[in-house]
Design a protein around this ligand. Structure first.
Ligand code: BGC
Length: 323
């Protein structure tokens, strides 16, 4: 074989090798594309896309609501977009609701914090998007149903518990999550109604915590300083109890104060077990999230739903079993 023939053969072999590599990679690439196409084909996408909007993403209570809702994706043909402001911010929450309406999702589950939410909920419904309220209701809106605690009755339960545990004699300070939000208003109203016949129980101060532990502590601290006669504290949102305990400890009053608050989150349970809190009103955040999606799927299937679904509430004291 002369030199030029050898060069030609090497070139041809190189060419054939390059072609076979190209063909091999082409087949590999189209397989990969096919896999992607398969995975994202319309048929594989969940039939329903719901949005669930809560008060605060970075919060154990709302994490449980989100987990309950997302768990439905495992068994049902649904994608749940769970969102909310990082820190409680009603305006941002309202914007998220507005965006969900504009995105034309199949269903919206929302905590209806205050009256500003009503027109947006109604607009969604008028545009054919069913709305379910969760945790906080807007009964005058066009929402299909509500799933969550009966907040008035939960407030009553707190009042009755305090009444029983203090033998009807107490000077009370209240820390509420917010003066503006419907559920906190109801929890205070129910509490006041439960104690209204008890002449030796009086409420001397009500402050708001904006649902943060730090604010709850600050407000409780000021309150206890301004009203040294306070013998009991009542907190209406999940982190108020922790703040109230911290303030009472700083002031050296932890042992003498009666403290009742909301939600059986683990830090609250710990304080209960340590005897620093006296009672908690428990709610069912996981169940709320889970059943909200179930109810929305019922609506999609054209099934009847009732106008309200109340999840259970109960009193938890030291040593009680909790979920
Ligand atoms: C309420 C929630 C609130 C949370 C804040 C709970 O008791 O039900 O609406 O976001 O407390 O701490």
């Amino acid at each position: 074989m002369n030199r030029s023939k050898l060069i030609n053969s090497v070139l041809v072999a190189g060419f054939l090798l390059a072609i076979s590599f190209s063909v091999y990679y082409y087949i590999q690439a189209s397989d990969y594309q096919k896999k992607i196409d398969d995975a994202t084909s319309q048929a594989d996408l969940p039939t329903y896309h719901f949005v669930l909007i809560g008060e605060e993403m970075d919060h154990d209570y709302w994490r449980l609501v989100g987990e309950g809702a997302k768990a439905m994706e495992e068994k049902e043909d649904v994608f749940v977009e769970y969102e909310g402001p990082k820190r409680s911010n009603p305006d941002e929450q309202l914007k998220l609701l507005d965006m969900a309406v504009k995105s034309k999702v199949d269903g919206i589950i929302v905590q209806a914090l205050n009256e500003d939410f009503l027109p947006v909920i109604d607009q969604a419904v008028e545009e054919g998007i069913p709305v379910i309220t969760i945790d906080t209701d807007a009964p005058e809106s066009k929402r299909s149903t509500y799933i969550g605690t009966d907040n008035y009755e939960a407030g009553r339960l707190a009042g009755e518990t305090l009444l029983a545990d203090t033998d009807g004699t107490a000077t009370v300070g209240i820390i509420t999550g917010s003066f503006e939000n419907a559920h906190h208003q109801l929890r205070v109203e129910g509490f006041k109604d439960a104690i209204k016949e008890a002449s030796d129980i009086k409420i001397v101060a009500v402050e708001e915590s904006n649902i943060t532990r730090v604010n709850a502590e600050e407000k409780a601290y000021q309150m206890l300083n301004n009203h040294p006669d306070i013998t009991a504290l009542y907190g209406t949102s999940a982190l108020d109890g922790i703040g109230m305990v911290a303030a009472s400890e700083t002031l050296g009053r932890a042992d003498s104060l009666y403290i009742i608050a909301f939600d059986t989150l683990s830090p609250n349970i710990d304080l209960l077990e340590q005897g620093k809190m006296d009672a908690l009103i428990s709610q069912k955040p996981y169940e709320m999230g889970h059943r909200s999606v179930e109810l929305m799927l019922n609506l999609m299937a054209g099934k009847e739903v009732e106008s309200v679904y109340h999840t259970s509430r109960s009193v938890v004291r030291k040593g009680d079993v909790h979920d």
